[in-house]
Design a protein around this ligand. Structure first.
Ligand code: SAM
Ligand code: CA
Length: 235
């Protein structure tokens, strides 16, 4: 293949000032009071960085609206930022199957979710996600029954989640994967990346390649937050 001239770099990711600009001009002024409260309640948690980036959250709310999502699945809840965002966005009779191995962090966000008046839309399941997705698939009625899925958990399982979610989410529905740029490490030489980040850097790169090769979905890889891959199921 002939060498191509690299595209000029329009990417804002590595500029703290530009990222702050996006948050302060477009995201924070529109963020609901309850979502702010979840961010504040999470700020002192040792894993506060787990919380979905607010700009990626804003994108996700837009996607939920665009597909009129009513029934959704969330893999990886933590204190509930993306969960509350989803619950606030879908209709009053919408439903979210929310899965996390840990309930402790969810308990931090739960009182805020209750105050926001959207707990009735949430079915929180404390479990590793794979067996829950497999269980859902035992019931044929669940095939294609979901409009939207958000995956934000163990990166090494993203492809396993994808295979199950491709059956649970309907044709035309969206599967959204978070942290697909893994702090920018995906574009750095492995040896320059801290050892503890290498395994999931590799898994993230492999996941992106597999998704790109998966012609059952249309994709867009968006540099929002820590990177988001949006897949639209087409068959
Ligand atoms: N979306 C969340 C938010 O907006 O705050 C953040 C999720 S956090 C990055 C990842 C979560 O995935 C953690 O709460 C962790 O307990 C959960 N997790 C990790 N491995 C899991 C697994 N195998 N099954 C289910 N949840 C898992
Ligand atoms: Ca995340």
């Amino acid at each position: 293949m002939a060498n191509r001239v690299p595209e000029p770099n329009p990417v804002v990711l590595q500029s703290d000032q530009l990222y702050q600009y996006i948050l302060e001009t477009s995201v924070y002024p529109r963020e609901s009071e309850h979502l702010k409260q979840i961010r504040d309640a999470t700020a002192t948690h040792p894993a506060a960085f787990f919380g979905t980036a607010p700009d990626a959250g804003q994108l996700m709310a837009m996607l939920l609206k665009l597909v009129n999502a009513k029934k959704t699945i969330e893999v990886g809840v933590f204190t509930g930022y993306s969960l509350l965002l989803t619950a606030l966005t879908i209709p009053d009779d919408g439903q979210i199957v929310a899965i996390d191995i840990n309930r402790e962090a969810y308990e931090i966000g739960l009182p805020i979710i209750q105050k926001a008046g959207v707990e009735h839309k949430i079915d929180f399941i404390q479990s590793p996600a794979l067996p829950v997705l497999d269980k859902l698939l035992e019931d044929k009625d669940n095939e294609g029954a979901f409009d939207f899925a958000f995956v934000d958990a163990d990166k090494g399982n993203y492809l396993n989640y994808h295979e199950r979610l491709m059956k649970l989410v309907k044709v035309g529905g969206l599967l959204v994967y978070d942290n697909t740029l893994w702090g920018g490490t995906v574009a750095k030489p492995e040896e320059s990346v801290p050892v503890y980040k290498r395994q999931w850097r590799k898994a993230t790169i492999e996941f992106s390649k597999s998704i790109t090769a998966d012609h059952r979905v249309e994709i867009s890889h968006v540099p929002s937050g820590d990177g988001v891959i949006i897949c639209r199921r087409i068959c």
